[in-house]
Design a protein around this ligand. Structure first.
Ligand code: PAF
Length: 241
């Protein structure tokens, strides 16, 4: 496995990799969700690259950029065990040269749900993903269904910029109690970790209502809100069907 920092090193190593080439962009602190993307890429591509970069532009001023968990040594050992060919760990200045920046911004789709709560978040995501796509020139790129709006926004960006890259969306990987795996789960203390299963329980409740014949989106949302509001540690930002 080649681990590189500089763009030129990445380009040289990438040229030696066979196509189809699969890219898994990550912010590191890898878990089974990331590894499921890597495994999917390995099964579909002749070579696979992973980027590890905690992208500052997708964090708001009051978000967790400095606290975001990092463990590069562990990440590299996990990726090596999976048989990944190439890992890029760029520096911030490597992806964001000093001076006025260029942004990639998908309109419309980014204005509601997560986008309404996190101003500028998706602009940071699409800008960095466009840069990663240009640097790696992958045939396919792999993202998780957990970040459903992000996945759709990246698909739209890829279509609109006429990029010859297939976006593959892989299923959510959950802990045994249903909580979706996320690097940020490491922030939770045991009480919060237990409470966080309310997300899965609320979704399950909506699923049961649906299976029982409910087709009114407002009623499905109300059902989920009932479950979420019964959890004292939960603060609802949005519920959508
Ligand atoms: O989903 C993530 O981990 C990040 O948003 C991504 C796609 C790697 C861009 O920084």
């Amino acid at each position: 496995m080649e681990v590189v920092k500089q763009l030129e090193q990445l380009r040289t190593t990438r040229r030696k990799c066979s196509d189809p080439f699969g890219l898994v962009p990550t912010m590191g602190y890898l878990h089974e969700g990331h590894l499921s993307l890597v495994r999917c890429a390995m099964s579909e591509c002749a070579s696979v690259g992973v980027s590890i970069f905690v992208n500052p532009t997708q964090f708001g001023p009051n978000e967790d950029l400095t606290a975001y968990p990092r463990d590069l040594e562990r990440d590299l050992s996990l990726l090596s065990a999976e048989g990944v060919d190439l890992v890029w760990i760029p520096e911030v200045e490597g992806l964001y040269p000093p001076g006025d920046p260029t942004w990639v911004d998908v309109e419309g789709l980014t204005e509601y749900l997560e986008g309404a709560k996190r101003s500028g978040h998706f602009r940071g995501v699409t800008t960095v993903v466009a840069k990663l796509f240009n640097a790696f020139q992958p045939t396919k790129a792999y993202f998780g269904q957990k970040d459903a709006q992000q996945a759709r926004v990246i698909q739209r960006m890829t279509e609109d910029l006429l990029l010859p890259i297939e976006i593959v969306i892989c299923p959510i990987v959950r802990e045994v109690d249903g909580l979706a795996m996320s690097s940020r789960n490491s922030y939770l203390n045991p009480e919060q970790r237990q409470a966080a299963t309310v997300l899965w329980r609320a979704l399950g409740h909506a699923g049961s209502l649906y299976d029982a014949g409910e087709r009114n989106a407002g009623n499905l949302r109300e059902g989920m809100l009932d479950v979420l509001n019964a959890e004292p540690l939960a603060r609802v930002q949005y519920v959508s069907v």
